[in-house]
Design a protein. Structure first.
Length: 241
């Protein structure tokens, strides 16, 4: 039977792979440093969960794994119930960062997933899997830092998008619908936003599909929205992400 031996742990020696005061200090320090890097990336983009939240999630899950390892070694327990309970708790905490804005937009979904993923990072570190943890961290950080711009590019070139629309009066809705159809856009769905009932504005969430070949070839979502925003009866318009 093959047993995994962590290369970094093997290099450091038995003290790093076994549970001791020194190894626990190293694991908690590593969890703090790596989660702080992820937390700084999230905080720099002004997301709901920032530096301290990511650190607490990661070191808590690391300590949960250390506790499970101790129980398994000294009491013969085979089920890592503390780690399982920690991940359930992290899932509950991370789900609370998901919010629905007044514009019918879901906010905090990536941050929520990031917290949950950071919990797994803590589990790996707490279990003494230093090499796997570092590899996992690199992919986690790249996913959070470098892919958003590529994702925005793909979304901006998609044939389908949603907009938040504020009209100065409900009577202009028909004119707006006529205009976008002439541009080569198809309305897939339109909903009135009740959050703005007493604002004096007529506010909608609209799903659109680009039908015109010219628009598909030459225009991005931002350019289309900028053109629609120039209509005199449009108070505000933006793409929903």
């Amino acid at each position: 039977m093959y047993y995994y031996v962590d290369p970094i742990g093997k290099f450091l020696g038995d003290w790093a792979t076994n549970v001791s005061v020194g190894s626990v200090a190293v694991r908690i320090s590593l969890a703090l440093i790596l989660s702080a890097v992820v937390g700084c990336e999230r905080a720099s983009k002004r997301h709901a969960a920032g530096l301290r939240t990511f650190i607490l999630i990661c070191i808590a899950s690391a300590m949960a794994t250390v506790a499970d390892v101790c129980l398994m070694q000294h009491l013969g327990i085979t089920v890592p119930f503390i780690s399982a309970a920690a991940m359930i708790g992290i899932a509950i905490i991370s789900s609370n960062s998901i919010l629905f804005s007044s514009k019918n937009q879901i906010k905090g979904l990536t941050t929520s997933a990031g917290l949950w993923a950071c919990g797994f990072l803590g589990l790996l570190i707490g279990g003494g899997y230093y090499t796997i943890a570092l590899i996992y961290f690199v992919f986690l950080y790249c996913g959070l830092s470098f892919f958003p711009s590529f994702e925005r590019y793909l979304k901006n070139r998609s044939n389908h998008f949603e907009i938040h629309l504020e009209l100065t009066d409900i009577s202009y809705l028909r004119d707006f619908v006529t205009t976008i159809r002439r541009l080569g856009l198809k309305i897939d769905d339109i909903e009135s936003n009740p959050a703005y009932i007493n604002s004096g504005l007529s506010v909608y969430s609209i799903s659109l599909t680009i039908n015109s070949k010219e628009l598909k070839k030459y225009k991005t979502h931002s350019e289309i929205i900028e053109a629609l925003g120039s209509l005199e009866y449009v108070n505000h318009i933006e793409e929903m992400t």
